[in-house]
Design a protein. Structure first.
Length: 99
Protein backbone atom coordinates (compact mmCIF):
# COMPACT_ATOMS: atom_id res chain seq x y z
CA UNK A 1 0.00 0.00 0.00
CA UNK A 2 1.22 3.47 -0.87
CA UNK A 3 0.66 4.78 2.64
CA UNK A 4 3.15 2.23 3.94
CA UNK A 5 5.73 2.46 1.14
CA UNK A 6 5.65 6.26 0.80
CA UNK A 7 4.99 7.41 4.36
CA UNK A 8 5.09 4.96 7.25
CA UNK A 9 8.07 2.75 6.37
CA UNK A 10 10.42 5.60 5.34
CA UNK A 11 9.58 7.40 8.59
CA UNK A 12 9.90 4.22 10.68
CA UNK A 13 6.30 4.48 11.90
CA UNK A 14 4.46 1.32 12.88
CA UNK A 15 0.71 1.53 13.55
CA UNK A 16 -0.47 0.07 16.85
CA UNK A 17 -3.26 -1.79 15.06
CA UNK A 18 -4.20 -2.41 11.44
CA UNK A 19 -7.76 -3.38 10.65
CA UNK A 20 -8.63 -4.45 7.13
CA UNK A 21 -12.12 -3.47 6.04
CA UNK A 22 -13.34 -4.15 2.52
CA UNK A 23 -16.40 -1.91 2.23
CA UNK A 24 -15.88 1.83 1.82
CA UNK A 25 -19.16 2.53 3.61
CA UNK A 26 -17.95 0.59 6.66
CA UNK A 27 -14.60 2.39 6.61
CA UNK A 28 -16.39 5.74 6.56
CA UNK A 29 -18.67 4.66 9.42
CA UNK A 30 -15.69 3.61 11.55
CA UNK A 31 -13.97 6.94 10.90
CA UNK A 32 -17.16 8.94 11.56
CA UNK A 33 -17.64 7.13 14.88
CA UNK A 34 -14.06 8.00 15.97
CA UNK A 35 -13.00 4.37 15.85
CA UNK A 36 -10.22 4.79 13.34
CA UNK A 37 -8.49 6.74 10.64
CA UNK A 38 -8.19 5.82 7.01
CA UNK A 39 -6.28 6.71 3.88
CA UNK A 40 -8.71 6.77 0.99
CA UNK A 41 -8.38 7.55 -2.71
CA UNK A 42 -9.37 11.00 -3.89
CA UNK A 43 -12.43 9.71 -5.76
CA UNK A 44 -13.89 8.56 -2.42
CA UNK A 45 -12.98 11.74 -0.58
CA UNK A 46 -14.63 13.91 -3.22
CA UNK A 47 -17.94 12.31 -2.27
CA UNK A 48 -17.68 13.02 1.48
CA UNK A 49 -15.27 15.91 1.99
CA UNK A 50 -18.05 18.49 2.41
CA UNK A 51 -20.10 16.34 4.78
CA UNK A 52 -20.15 17.47 8.41
CA UNK A 53 -19.89 13.80 9.42
CA UNK A 54 -16.26 13.55 8.31
CA UNK A 55 -13.04 15.46 8.78
CA UNK A 56 -10.68 15.13 5.85
CA UNK A 57 -7.02 16.04 5.91
CA UNK A 58 -4.24 15.43 3.41
CA UNK A 59 -1.86 12.81 4.75
CA UNK A 60 1.15 14.87 3.63
CA UNK A 61 1.30 18.49 2.44
CA UNK A 62 0.93 17.31 -1.17
CA UNK A 63 -0.94 14.08 -0.48
CA UNK A 64 0.25 10.76 -1.86
CA UNK A 65 -0.09 10.29 -5.59
CA UNK A 66 0.30 7.21 -7.72
CA UNK A 67 -0.12 6.57 -11.43
CA UNK A 68 -2.52 3.85 -12.47
CA UNK A 69 -2.28 1.96 -15.74
CA UNK A 70 -4.79 -0.02 -17.75
CA UNK A 71 -4.51 -2.48 -20.61
CA UNK A 72 -6.98 -3.62 -23.23
CA UNK A 73 -6.87 -6.31 -25.89
CA UNK A 74 -6.40 -4.98 -29.42
CA UNK A 75 -9.63 -6.67 -30.53
CA UNK A 76 -11.57 -4.77 -27.86
CA UNK A 77 -10.33 -1.29 -28.77
CA UNK A 78 -13.26 -0.71 -31.13
CA UNK A 79 -15.91 -1.67 -28.58
CA UNK A 80 -18.08 1.22 -27.45
CA UNK A 81 -17.70 0.53 -23.72
CA UNK A 82 -13.90 0.54 -24.03
CA UNK A 83 -13.94 3.86 -25.89
CA UNK A 84 -16.30 5.26 -23.25
CA UNK A 85 -14.01 4.06 -20.45
CA UNK A 86 -10.96 5.63 -22.07
CA UNK A 87 -12.82 8.91 -22.59
CA UNK A 88 -14.13 8.90 -18.99
CA UNK A 89 -10.68 8.09 -17.58
CA UNK A 90 -9.18 11.06 -19.44
CA UNK A 91 -11.87 13.42 -18.17
CA UNK A 92 -11.51 12.06 -14.64
CA UNK A 93 -7.74 12.51 -14.72
CA UNK A 94 -8.16 16.14 -15.76
CA UNK A 95 -10.70 16.80 -13.01
CA UNK A 96 -8.37 15.32 -10.38
CA UNK A 97 -5.60 17.74 -11.30
CA UNK A 98 -7.53 20.51 -9.58
CA UNK A 99 -8.50 18.37 -6.57
Amino acid sequence: LDIFSQLLIPNKIEPALIRQVELTAVILLLVASNRGVSALPDWVIREVKYSSDYVTRPITPKGIRRKLFAAVRTNDLQKEFVADLIKWAGLEAKSLQSF
